[in-house]
Design a protein. Sequence first.
Length: 277
Amino acid sequence: MTGELTAELRGFREVQRLSYACAEAVAAQLKPGVTEREAARMQREWLYGRGVRDWFHRPFAWFGDRTAFVDFKIPLQFFPTNRRLEAGMPFILDMAPVFKGYTADIGYSGCLGLDPLHDKLLADLRDHRELILREVRERRTLREIYQDVDRLMVRQGYANRHRAYPFGVIAHKIDRVKQRRWSPTVFGFGTQALKGLASDALHGHRDGWSPLWSPYTFSDHPPQPGLWAVEPHLGFRGTGAKFEEILVVTDSRDPEQSAFWLDDDLPHVRRWNEGAV
């Protein structure tokens, strides 16, 4: 992150930090026998207790080989199940709350115990964070950057698991959401946030860009200024790991100001900086 943040960006950083604090608090409580549904409920309750009343999407939790989306074929398979956590299992917590009208979408990878393979995946994600920022600053097209992420994964020996997401996205735009006392969800997604994404899609289609960062032709354009929730997701057989955080893209001609990660004080970044993996 470079320079002093605007009040608007501080609002997004606040909800992103709140989300990661939730992930760390819930991860610390996970133990053998906890189900994905229980872990998702723990996230909801933690955030509700701190004022969250709306969502881009409600919390997800994936355990074991579900962290690598093994055999995922339809969207319903992403929702939490009764899969129980066991010692040595990897897990991913994923949540996208709206707080004070600001949105975040984060992914937190952990493991219940020591696992050198999982540590290696987490360490290798660092190269993806650096590659994405560098190529966004170079104003490569979103599709080209996606392809370069794919190639890096192949060199590292991993499978691309974000391709299993709807439309194969590695990222999507996020924005402010109109504050309401209560907002309904549809299939786990907040209706207000979905309206914003649909509006972006409509305007983008007219102007030649998409709010979805995918491997397809509709992403064959340079990064659009705004905030992007970016989530490279590595898989190796039955183990998956990812991070998800906000990338800020501007129209500045200064390379460092043209794109930057909203916050470098996040669990995965601290882990890399402390040399824990």
